[in-house]
Design a protein around this ligand. Structure first.
Ligand code: F6R
Length: 619
């Protein structure tokens, strides 16, 4: 939900801001803008549409200057037009502000400011901020921001500068991410690490209710009372190539193909001498033994990972597990307490609903554990313990490698808890570990089939498009699976609708007769997960029922399964043989690829699908 960046140093700010915004574009892409201090005047360029529109404008009308801020927007208040795009200025055009988040009390503040003579030009909530700063400004921007920020309610990360303090940028944060990047004779603000990785790996994380100021040679953090806060930088292990496409057409494809390496890294990091290590877990063995129930809470794809986690945790640990979407959990008055382990899964670690759900669980006394990808993100910091997925930056809006990384961690965590609670014998534990260690190789084998441009999934996507046009855009998708792969049916459907805008539903195949079978005619394409498993025969029966009603079936099957070839199935996608228990981590790969190729057939903007933003930092 919006990305912000700030730069002050010796170099020209414009290309640095643009490059940073490019790496933040996944956060919002309906408009973009920058403000740079040029010879004592604030110059602004903003444009409706994606970042390239702003870049074109800047080629026509460049701005020189060494201090500036930038913004990519995902509209909340006010339509995505040029006036509502950030940066926003005060009336005298002395202060420029970019903002990520929502100011919930903006109407009351605006009303008051108007009675005091301020004039507004946009429909945004953000515009109150430069006016408030203007009101409090007495020659020290940091102090004015501190006084303004203490009046704001809602979520925000802000960056701003004042034309009278030319080498200073001030930031503030409350529930939206903001970091400082420390360079040599140059410093940065950004919403996320990839935006500054080209210049520095030294990062200072700003906490809630903190104000920070940077100059080219210094940084300083204070709280809302003006008290100085000392915080050392953290060295980030990510490198810039991880945030590049590296020859792939889209980040999504690159990230799908990274999944073998990501799981391999996780297993190598966590498994040492046949035992599982979670240094950051912060849960003592006594805590693990005390748990009576587990709640898994997450949104979207992370929620689907949680659903698989339920199967795995329950079967290995014997502890009852339930899974909730964060937006429901936070308002449902859930029954959690001291004997609950509440696990919050979030790639970004900033999802507003998941963060609120975490706070609710803590308030009720649960032990909390985060599974996050982004280092030092809000959810990671506020949980009692955290396990990082270390999947590297995920740039495509549609989540892929973060999902398989979350699954990998959930399997390891389940095995770890089961072992600590003596629910898994050493022999069974070692047997599972042995199988698990083979997984990265199986994933690589699966992916290697699709490295060629022409492959059967790409071909099925092409056939689908032709069919879709023939059927006058009526074709849809239904995804069916059972047992431990059921969450993958939901995930496959989510991936497809996110990036190809085609209606898709995921269902447990056993529920088909309770409704979805009514949908079956020649329109929907039904993706059936029918890999070798305990529920294989039941899936074959479901396939027969679909075929009997004229449905079109794509089956995900196990390599070498000859009998599935006799089922009159329209299209078959094979995956290598793998135990049913670990299969979800592999089965999802062809589903991700199918969604990718369908969207590519329609020429959609795969990495930045309409209306979506990767990090949902507002409710
Ligand atoms: C789907 C997707 C979203 C996210 C969801 C949660 O491809 O990306 O559904 O999974 O918004 O985001 P995080 O994991 O950052 O909390």
């Amino acid at each position: 939900m919006c990305g912000i960046i700030g730069y002050t140093g010796k170099k020209q700010a414009e290309p640095i801001l643009l490059e940073g915004l490019k790496r933040l574009e996944y956060r919002g892409y309906d408009s973009a803008g920058i403000a740079i201090l040029k010879n004592g005047t604030i110059e602004v360029r903003k444009k409706q549409g994606k970042l390239h529109v702003l870049a074109d404008e800047l080629r026509r009308l460049p701005i020189e200057g060494i201090t500036g801020i930038g913004h990519v927007r995902w509209a909340t208040h006010g339509i995505p037009n040029e006036i509502n795009a950030h940066p926003h200025l005060d009336e005298k055009k002395k202060i420029a502000v970019v903002h990520n988040g929502i100011i919930e009390n903006y109407q009351a503040l605006k009303k008051k400011l108007i009675t005091e003579g301020h004039r507004f030009i946009s429909d945004t909530d953000t515009e109150v901020i430069p006016h408030l700063i203007e009101k409090f400004y007495k020659g020290n921007l940091t102090d004015a921001v501190r006084r303004a920020a203490s009046l704001l309610k809602g979520s925000y990360a802000i960056c701003c500068f004042h034309k009278n303090e030319p080498h200073k940028i001030v930031g503030a944060r409350c529930d939206s991410p903001l970091i400082i990047g420390l360079g040599k004779n140059e410093n940065f603000f950004a919403s996320d690490i990839p935006a500054i990785l080209n210049y520095t790996q030294n990062v200072v994380f700003i906490d809630n209710a903190e104000i920070a100021e940077i100059t080219p040679k210094s940084y300083r953090i204070i709280n809302y009372k003006g008290k100085k806060i000392l915080r050392k930088p953290t060295r980030i292990k990510w490198n810039i190539s991880q945030a590049e496409k590296e020859g792939f057409k889209h980040f999504m494809l690159k990230e799908i193909f990274e999944q073998g390496k990501v799981t391999k890294n996780i297993l190598e990091e966590r498994i040492k001498k046949n035992s599982i290590h979670f240094e950051e877990l912060a849960l003592k063995n006594t805590d693990l033994k005390r748990i009576k129930n587990i709640a898994i809470v997450a949104c979207g794809t992370a929620f689907h990972a949680g659903l698989t986690g339920q199967y795995v945790l329950e079967s290995l640990t014997g502890i009852p597990v339930w899974v909730d979407t964060s937006s429901e959990f936070r308002y449902r008055n859930p029954i959690v307490g001291k004997e609950t382990l509440a696990i919050f899964i979030s790639q970004s670690g900033e999802t507003a609903d998941t963060l609120a759900a975490l706070r609710e669980a803590k308030r009720k006394g649960a032990k909390t554990l985060a599974i996050c990808n982004v280092l030092a993100s809000s959810i990671a910091r506020e949980s009692d313990g955290v396990v990082y997925t270390h999947a590297g930056p995920e740039i495509a809006v549609a989540s892929t490698k973060a999902y398989t990384a979350q699954l990998t961690i959930l399997y390891l965590l389940s095995m770890h808890i089961a072992r600590k609670r003596s629910k898994l014998s050493e022999k069974d534990f070692n047997k599972l570990l042995l199988q698990f260690k083979k997984l990265p190789h199986i994933l690589e084998k699966t992916l290697s089939k699709y490295r060629k441009e022409k492959n059967n999934i790409a071909n099925y996507a092409k056939l689908f498009r032709e069919y879709y046009l023939k059927m006058h855009h009526k074709s849809t998708f239904l995804y069916l699976a059972r047992n431990i792969n059921y969450p993958n049916a939901l995930e496959g459907a989510l991936k497809l609708k996110e990036i190809s805008y085609i209606s898709a539903e995921g269902y447990p195949a056993g529920e088909m007769k309770h409704g979805p079978i009514a949908l079956i005619d020649e329109n929907p394409w039904v993706v059936c997960i029918a890999t070798k498993s305990a529920v294989y025969d039941k899936m074959i029966s479901n396939i027969q029922e679909i075929k009997a009603r004229g449905g079109i079936v794509i089956a995900v099957a196990t390599e070498g399964d000859k009998s599935i070839r006799n089922q009159n199935i329209n299209y078959i996608i094979e995956i290598p043989e793998i135990s049913e228990f670990f299969s979800p981590i592999v089965v999802v790969v062809p589903l991700q690829l199918l969604a990718y190729y369908v969207a590519r057939e329609f020429n959609y903007d795969i990495d930045q699908p309409r209306n979506l933003a990767k990090s949902v930092t507002v409710e």
